[in-house]
Ligand binder design. Structure first.
Ligand code: GLY
Length: 370
C-alpha cells in the first residue's frame, strides 16, 4: 500500500509518499540526498516525540521538541527550531525533518525557509488534517499579535511522507478535525470522493476508521493529495483564484474559530460548519443548486459535526461579524467567499453580497430542509 506523487509548485518540486509505515531517517536522508545525519535536525512536539525518536533510530540527529498546539505557534517556537539548527552545525545544505501535524510542519517549514536563506525540508505528517491539507502546498508560518499565520512564506517541502500507521493513535478530536478538510476537498471535485465519504459517515460516528476502513481512507487521502496538488500547481502562491478555492467554507470557519475563542473548536469543526454556511449562502445567491446545498449539509451532519446557525459555541454574534469582516483573505479591501457551484466552487467577492444577507445567514434564516 504505497503511492508516490510528484508536483511542481513554481520553482519547487514536491514528492509525496503515501504509505502505511513511518519512514526511518536513513530512507529520508537518502531521498533528500543528505550526505550525513549530522546535516539534519528533527522537529516534533511533545505528542510526536516518540514517533520522531523512532524515525531517528540510532542516528545522531538533534531533536527539537516544541510545546504542542496552536497556542505555542509563535516566534519563540521558531527561535527554538533555528537555535537547534545552528547548534547542530547545519549549513545551507542542511535538512529540517518535521514530524507532526499542521502546527509543527508550518513552524518547521517556516524555519527551513529562512535558515541561511533556505535549507532542505521534509515533512512526516502524523495527523489527518496534516495529510489532508497542511503538509502539501508550501504554506508556512506562525501566529503573531493573536492573528493566525500572520507571518509566513511559501516554501514547499521536497519530500512529504503520509504514513497511515501514525493515525492509529490519533485522538478522536484530531480525526474530526482532519475529516472536514477531506470533505472540503471532495466538494471541490466531482469524483469518487463524495461517494466514498457518504458510505463512511455512519462508521465514523461509531469510532475511528482505522484499522477496519484502511482502504477507503487510503483512497480518500490519495484523492485529496491529487486534487490539492493539481490546484496548487495551477496557482502556487494564491495570486489568482485557483488556490483560493481551497478556502471553501474557510471564511466562515476562521471567523467562528476567532469568535468562539482560540482552542474552543477544532479547525475542522469550524470548517465543517463553514461548508454548510457556504452552501446556504450560495443557494441564497443562486450559485448553489438547492440539492447540492442539501447534500453538503447532509454529508457534514453524517460525520457528527454541528451544523446549526448560529453555532452554539459562536459567542457574541457581533464578534463573529467583526471577525468575518477582518478575515485575512481580504484582497483590495474585499472579503472573498468560496461558494459551491453546480460542480466545484466559485470565488465570490462581498460587493455581490448585501451585508444583511450575512446576518440572516448567521441567524439560521437560510437553513434548508434536509
Ligand atoms: N490550506 C489551504 C491552502 O493550502 O491553500
Amino acid at each position: 500500500m504505497t503511492r508516490e506523487y510528484r508536483f511542481t509548485f513554481g520553482q519547487f518540486l514536491s514528492q509525496v509518499h503515501l504509505q502505511k509505515k513511518i519512514p526511518p531517517a536513513d530512507a529520508i536522508l537518502r531521498h533528500t540526498n543528505t550526505v550525513s545525519a549530522s546535516r539534519s535536525i528533527l522537529v516534533c512536539d511533545t505528542h510526536t516525540r516518540a514517533i520522531a525518536l523512532g524515525i531517528r533510530g540510532n542516528l545522531d540527529i538533534p531533536l527539537c521538541v516544541l510545546s504542542p498546539g496552536e497556542t505555542a505557534k509563535g516566534w519563540p517556537a521558531v527561535e527554538q527550531i533555528l537555535t537547534t539548527a545552528k547548534e547542530g552545525g547545519l549549513g545551507r545544505d542542511g535538512l529540517f525533518i518535521a514530524v507532526g501535524g499542521g502546527v509543527v510542519s508550518d513552524l518547521a517549514a517556516f524555519g527551513a525557509s529562512v535558515f541561511m536563506r533556505g535549507c532542505k525540508l521534509c515533512i512526516v505528517s502524523t495527523t489527518l488534517l496534516g495529510m489532508a491539507d497542511a503538509a502539501l502546498g508550501g504554506k508556512t508560518g506562525f501566529d503573531l499579535l493573536g492573528i493566525k499565520n500572520l507571518v509566513g512564506t511559501f516554501y514547499p517541502a521536497g519530500h512529504i511522507y503520509l504514513p497511515l500507521e501514525t493515525l492509529t493513535t490519533l485522538p478522536r478530536r484530531e480525526w474530526k478535525s482532519g475529516m472536514a478538510e477531506l470533505i472540503k476537498t471532495a466538494l471541490l471535485d466531482d469524483g469518487e470522493m463524495v461517494n466514498t465519504l457518504k458510505n463512511l459517515g455512519d462508521e465514523f460516528l461509531r469510532g475511528d476508521l482505522l484499522p477496519k476502513y484502511e482502504e477507503p481512507l487510503f483512497a480518500l487521502i490519495a484523492a485529496s493529495v491529487k486534487i490539492k496538488g493539481r490546484i496548487v500547481e495551477a496557482d502556487p502562491q494564491e495570486t489568482g483564484t485557483d488556490r483560493a478555492l481551497l478556502n471553501l467554507g474557510h471564511t466562515f470557519a476562521h471567523a467562528l474559530e476567532s469568535s468562539a475563542g482560540l482552542g474552543n473548536l477544532s479547525h475542522g469543526e469550524a470548517v465543517a460548519w463553514g461548508l454548510v454556511r457556504s452552501g446556504e449562502l450560495g443557494h441564497h445567491l443562486g450559485i448553489t443548486p438547492r440539492e447540492r446545498a442539501v447534500e453538503i449539509t447532509g454529508l457534514v451532519r453524517s460525520f457528527g459535526y454541528e451544523i446549526a446557525a448560529p453555532h452554539p459555541k459562536m459567542g457574541d454574534k457581533k464578534n463573529f461579524m467583526t471577525a468575518l469582516r477582518g478575515d485575512k483573505k481580504q484582497k483590495a479591501g474585499k472579503l472573498r467567499f468560496v461558494l459551491p457551484a453546480s460542480r466545484g466552487a466559485l470565488v465570490v467577492e462581498d460587493d455581490l453580497i448585501e451585508p444583511r444577507s450575512l446576518v440572516s445567514l448567521i441567524n439560521g434564516e437560510y437553513a434548508l430542509c434536509y
